[in-house]
Write a protein that binds this ligand. Structure first.
Ligand SMILES: [Zn+2]
Length: 271
């Protein structure tokens, strides 16, 4: 009876979503654990100090570290790569990363190439720095059988029994990539965020390298048939919200205007 109750609470806390994956709550970062024929694929870890919590979460759903055969990283930042090094002392899981993530992982540091998306985030930054003084994490050294991805890939995941593809989605960082599942779910890392609503970010990443790339990749993701976004920060949400959001529309209007004036220019030239 006690066991049954334990199982029921575990299920309520971490239900198997669509019969395919678990959403693990590792504080500010959410990781995703996908079933595959020979074990599990983990999408992202969390901050380095969240490893114990991660272990508790997976044990609760009956998964052990050795069952995790692959760790796919959406990008190299500390809140995603934090406990990969520690994790790899318990499992031989193969890493699947963007080839441009390798340098940051080796350094054990988030590259400082981003800027806050708006003024409210800029003002919040010093407070964030107080609780989170550096952007470092234990260095991750690549092993021979780790897999580096250089562009959109529609084969690798299928080879390991996952019905989905890897899509390059830079903008938050140059090495950002997403997992797009055939059933319409997408694990996008920090391409879109669904938290800190009062800051007015509206799904934009709080920091980014190139906001225009972010918007272009929102469209790329939605155009690929994605229905639900599973972000690394915040709750899942319908993908259509991305391309109907205020900031995306403003961006798209600007592009339309630019295209129109370019058209008029060529019209004039051809007369
Ligand atoms: Zn990030």
């Amino acid at each position: 009876m006690h066991n049954l109750l334990k199982q029921a609470t575990a299920w309520l806390k971490n239900p198997l979503i669509n019969g395919l994956f678990y959403r693990l709550n590792l504080g500010i970062t959410k990781s995703y654990l996908l079933k595959c024929p020979d074990g599990y694929l983990l999408i992202d870890t969390g901050y380095k100090h969240k490893f114990r919590k991660f272990i508790r979460e997976i044990h609760r759903i009956g998964v052990n570290t050795v069952d995790i055969k692959y760790i796919l990283l959406t990008h190299h930042h500390d809140d995603h790569a934090g406990f990969i090094a520690e994790m790899r002392t318990y499992t031989n899981a193969q890493l699947i990363i963007h080839e441009e993530s390798a340098a940051g992982l080796r350094k054990g540091e988030s590259e400082n190439t981003m800027h806050p998306v708006n003024n409210r985030i800029k003002k919040l930054f010093p407070i964030f720095r107080l609780i989170h003084p550096d952007f470092k994490f234990p260095q991750v050294f690549l092993k021979e059988n780790d897999i580096l991805i250089a562009g959109d890939d529609n084969e690798l995941l299928r080879k390991i029994g996952i019905h989905g593809q890897i899509m390059m989605t830079p903008g938050h960082s140059h090495d950002s990539m997403s997992v797009i599942m055939d059933d319409g779910c997408a694990f996008v890392g920090d391409l879109a965020m669904n938290f800190l609503k009062l800051t007015g970010i509206r799904y934009r990443p709080i920091y980014c390298e190139n906001i225009e790339q972010v918007f272009d990749n929102w469209k790329k993701v939605v155009d690929s048939g994605v229905k639900t976004i599973y972000p690394a920060h915040g709750k899942p949400f319908p993908a259509v919200k991305l391309i109907t959001s205020k900031w995306y529309k403003l961006y798209q209007n600007q592009i339309d205007k630019k295209n129109k004036s370019a058209e008029q220019q060529t019209d004039l030239l051809s007369r």
